[in-house]
Design a protein around this ligand. Structure first.
Ligand code: AP5
Length: 217
């Protein structure tokens, strides 16, 4: 399966992707996680991306498309779930072109819908594991031991772009540049809109319902 997960910052893309991976064995490719790894390793790519990420702007398309195409090529037979990519219509076109060159296409697009006010609460309360990438929330999804990752006991951290000021900028960027991506995919009639305001497990069930139909066909 070649899955694209769309949604505003904090819609729950990372949270749901981890569950999709567990159920369908696809590879989770998060453009944000890949960029953060490059940044922490101080690579040329990471250095170029830093100022864009810190301000809530998008990293230029040519950098992202090259980075994600390389990652997609290494995906296993089971497929992949893209999280945070494509984020502009231009990126979506480039992804289509690159898949078409291997006679492939995006099979299903899950579009998580959420209000801006809720995003602010989710982002400022988010904590993540620097080692395994697990995502928690100080109220909605607490780890078993406060401040520690359930999987490996690492000290949880708050992302530098999860301040109220940067989140407001990221939302602006999302509405201007990423919302049109869902409309771009609608012409293929494979977009599933999902209300991402409910309970995390209920949203997972809804996503699985769509993906199960697809996985069996
Ligand atoms: P990226 O890392 O992709 O950030 P994002 O899209 O803004 O999304 P997030 O990872 O912040 O949120 P999420 O939807 O995964 O939510 P999560 O599951 O964690 O990108 C960062 C930056 O990199 C960008 O700003 C840009 O600069 C650059 N970049 C990345 N990709 C790019 C691209 N393609 N092109 C150009 N630039 C790019 O959930 C959030 C919190 O809410 C968690 O604490 C979670 O526990 C909680 N939560 C989740 N679901 C629920 C629920 N249903 N109810 C209550 N709480 C919930």
């Amino acid at each position: 399966m070649r899955i694209v997960l769309l949604g505003a910052p904090g819609a729950g893309k990372g949270t749901q992707c981890k569950r999709i991976v567990d159920r369908y064995g696809v590879l989770h490719l998060s453009s944000g996680d890949i960029l953060r790894k490059e940044r922490s390793e101080k690579t040329e790519l990471g250095k170029k991306a830093q100022s864009y990420m810190d301000s809530g702007a998008l990293v230029p398309d040519e950098i992202i498309v090259a980075m994600m195409s390389g990652a997609i090529e290494k995906a296993p037979e089971a497929g992949f779930v893209l999280d945070g990519f494509p984020r502009t219509v231009n990126q979506a076109r480039e992804l289509d072109k690159s898949l078409a060159s291997n006679n492939e296409q995006v099979d299903i697009v899950i579009n998580l819908k959420i209000d801006d006010q809720v995003v602010m609460d989710r982002m400022t309360g988010r904590r993540s594991c620097p080692k395994c990438g697990a995502v928690y929330h100080i109220n909605n999804l607490k780890p078993k031991v406060e401040g520690k990752c359930d999987n490996d006991g690492s000290e949880l951290i708050q992302r530098t772009d999860d301040t109220a000021e940067v989140v407001a900028e990221r939302l602006k960027t999302y509405h201007q540049q990423t919302e049109p991506v869902a409309d771009y995919y609608r012409r293929n009639d494979n977009v599933c809109d999902i209300n991402a305001l409910g309970d995390i497990d209920q949203i997972t069930d809804l996503i699985f319902k769509h993906l199960d139909v697809f996985a069996k066909s």
